[in-house]
Design a protein around this ligand. Structure first.
Ligand code: CU
Ligand code: CU
Length: 380
């Protein structure tokens, strides 16, 4: 199995300290994945020899046997990127993580068109999403101020019914989040009364499939009384991808079995594995950076942590109605939840932000905050 270790670009550029320890941990995690991969490849070979017998044999060894109909063993495509992965990663346009400005006025018009589209989720790895025209997955970052009214127009450019559920809304979901038929549009309004960072997503059944196929994004509702001013604000939507093929020679589609088994092939920030390792987010020494983090899932949480520093402020669960916690190392962001995290970093360097559930790092949910212009890093 060819492999593009999630950790490679980051490991090759750091030299000791916290990052060195992290690199060691990442190495161990990668080793574990290789061992699991070897097992899976072996299991696949056995399956070819005697499919029926192996299905019986493999079932007790697998934690994933939820139904009698499930094909076993499930095959992982973890780490399986194109041979020219580094060049492809360089060429990839990173999802713009910077928080956009709040539009003026009391009424904010938000237009989204859902579309069946093939996107890249890792170097050379293509996936058939149901996602957002012009954005892919995640959808556009929406930013409003507490008290503004959001007028949401959803156009269904896909081939099956879809809907949109805003966690920032207090509204009857059977009315506002109802299915919109292919070719139709639907408009509803809600008042953004509760500040924080929230998930939005398609809520059409089975929701697991609609979220897994890329139908999610983040809305930031800034509080009327502004949070402390910072120098940079970035939005990260964490999610995982479950594939029925490796997506290299032709696009993969959803493996519902792997989604139910919670066995992702890739996990990402803003939809593409390791994109902010290759294209780091930036700050200058002494500046404060704010991360708005949403865990879109569909199922797994994100244990948000920035290597080499400590959260100066952590609005756990994105509760900005209370003072932030201080001096926090890692905060779990629940699937369907959010968190807001400030780090003030004085020392120049490369500071990885990760889900500290380290399988996620290995699967691609890692990026870099590049503070200043540290040596040994490519410039672009
Ligand atoms: Cu949908
Ligand atoms: Cu939801």
């Amino acid at each position: 199995m060819s492999s593009y270790p999630a950790t490679e670009p980051y490991r090759s550029r750091d030299h000791g300290g916290f990052a060195g320890v992290a690199a060691l941990l990442l190495g161990l995690a990668l080793g574990a994945v290789v061992i699991v991969s070897v097992f899976l490849v072996k299991a696949a070979d056995d399956a070819r020899d005697d499919a029926a017998a192996v299905t019986k044999q493999a079932a007790p060894a697998s934690a994933h046997d939820h139904t009698a109909h499930q094909p076993l063993p499930l095959t992982s495509f973890a780490g399986k990127a194109a041979p020219n992965a580094e060049a492809l990663a360089e060429a990839h346009n990173a999802y713009p993580a910077a928080l956009p400005a709040v539009p003026a006025g009391n009424l904010v018009h938000v237009n989204m068109t859902l579309k069946d589209m093939t996107v890249e989720i890792a170097p050379g790895v293509k996936y058939n999403t149901w996602a957002f025209d012009g954005h892919g997955a995640p959808g556009p970052i929406v930013h409003v101020r507490q008290g503004q009214t959001v007028e949401m127009t959803l156009k269904n450019g896909g081939s099956i019914p879809h809907s949109i559920d805003f966690h920032a809304a207090r509204i009857a979901p059977n009315v506002a989040f109802r299915d919109t038929q292919p070719g139709e549009s639907f408009t509803f309004r809600f008042k953004a009364g509760d500040p924080g960072v929230y998930m939005y997503h398609c809520g059409t059944k089975p929701v697991l499939a609609h979220i897994a196929n890329g139908m999610y994004g983040a809305i930031v509702v800034s509080p009327r009384k502004a949070l402390p001013k910072v120098d940079h604000e970035y939005v990260l939507v964490a999610s995982e991808w479950y594939m029925n093929t490796d997506g290299l020679s032709q696009p993969a589609s959803l493996s519902m079995e792997k989604a139910r088994a919670m066995m992702p092939d890739w996990t990402t920030f803003n939809g593409y594995a390791n994109q902010y390792v290759t294209h780091p987010l930036t700050a200058k020494p002494g500046e404060t950076t704010r991360f708005y983090v949403v865990a879109a899932g569909p199922t797994l949480e994100t244990a948000f942590h920035v290597v080499g520093t400590i959260f100066n402020r952590a609005w756990v669960n994105a509760d900005v109605t209370n003072p932030p916690q201080k001096g926090i190392q890692t905060v779990s962001v629940a699937p369907g939840g959010g968190g807001i995290f400030d780090v003030k970093i004085d020392e120049e360097g490369l500071y990885p932000f990760v889900s500290h559930a380290f399988a996620h790092v290995d699967l691609g949910q890692v990026g870099l905050l590049k503070v200043g212009n540290p040596k040994g890093h490519m410039s672009h």
